[in-house]
Design a binder for this molecule. Structure first.
Ligand SMILES: Nc1ncnc2c1ncn2[C@@H]1O[C@H](COP(=O)(O)OP(=O)(O)OP(=O)(O)O)[C@@H](O)[C@H]1O
Ligand SMILES: [Mg+2]
Length: 247
């Protein structure tokens, strides 16, 4: 089966930064997976998701969408957006419209949905993420966790097959986090794939079916949670030993 997204020997170096953010990273993202990306601060998790979403174009290597190389023209990126959505690490980088409704409508309208289709997509995503009561609010007047949920809902409104999520669970209360994980599960059951970058080891252990470990811009493991948890050398690249004890 062809992967939804494939990264082939991708490297990316932020201009002026002393070290590369990604070095020859290859990864195949198939349908129906629950993928968690682990690694320390600066390991390259966010850069990996930026490259996979087409926002950042790698200086070396290639990204493939359904077996065809990603075309970075306007129309090529629009095609990518129809399948792949990114929820960024900081919602303030993602939300730019004055109201929540406008913000969530932007993506679907931009993909070419009619006003009525976009309205439906926004309503559905708002229900899923429990933000219907926020739709008329100005985006700047939301709490951090509310912004994170709105940012996720805005991406879901585009109905991506592959959802890339950068740490969205970090600032959420436990109810919201449970709900967001249910949203991920729903997407996976429907044949979609979720790729989640996180520092939450409990979530990674319980939820992921595949763990990608990044260290200094390189992939050092693509394995099941059980395999990662059984490997002390690998664990040491991710978090201190105490962090691996289940609560
Ligand atoms: N906008 C930027 N300009 C220059 N260098 C950057 C920029 N963003 C990230 N980097 C560098 O790229 C490397 C990878 O960063 P990245 O944000 O991908 O890490 P991360 O694994 O997401 O970390 P965190 O857990 O802190 O979110 C780091 O060395 C970082 O300093
Ligand atoms: Mg990051």
């Amino acid at each position: 089966m062809t992967a939804v997204l494939t990264l082939e020997a991708v490297s990316y170096h932020f201009p002026g930064h002393p070290t590369p953010a990604l070095q020859s990273v290859s990864l195949s993202i198939s349908a129906g997976r629950r993928i968690v990306v682990l690694g320390r601060n600066g390991a390259g998790k966010s850069t990996l998701l930026l490259v996979a979403s087409g926002i950042v174009r790698p200086q070396q290597g290639r990204v493939w969408l359904h077996g065809a190389p990603v075309d970075y023209s306007r129309s090529g990126l629009r095609r990518l957006r129809q399948h792949v959505g990114l929820v960024m690490q900081s919602p303030d980088d993602q939300l730019f419209s004055a109201s929540v409704w406008q913000d969530m409508s932007f993506g679907p309208l931009n993909l070419g949905l009619s006003a009525e289709e976009a309205r439906q997509a926004v309503q559905e995503a708002a229900v899923l993420c429990d933000v219907t009561d926020l739709l008329d609010r100005p985006t700047h007047a939301l709490s951090g966790g509310q912004k994170a949920r709105v940012a996720l809902a805005g991406v879901l409104a585009m109905r991506p097959q592959c959802l890339l999520v950068d740490e969205v669970t970090a600032g959420l209360d436990l109810w919201a986090r449970q709900q967001v994980v249910r949203v991920f599960d729903r997407l996976v059951v429907a044949g979609g794939t979720v790729v989640l970058a996180t520092h939450d080891l409990v979530l990674a252990r319980r939820w992921a079916d595949l763990v990608v470990v990044l260290h200094e811009g390189r992939i050092v493991a693509v394995a099941s949670p059980a395999e990662v948890w059984a490997d002390p050398a690998l664990r040491a690249l991710i978090a201190p030993s105490e962090a691996w004890e289940e609560p």
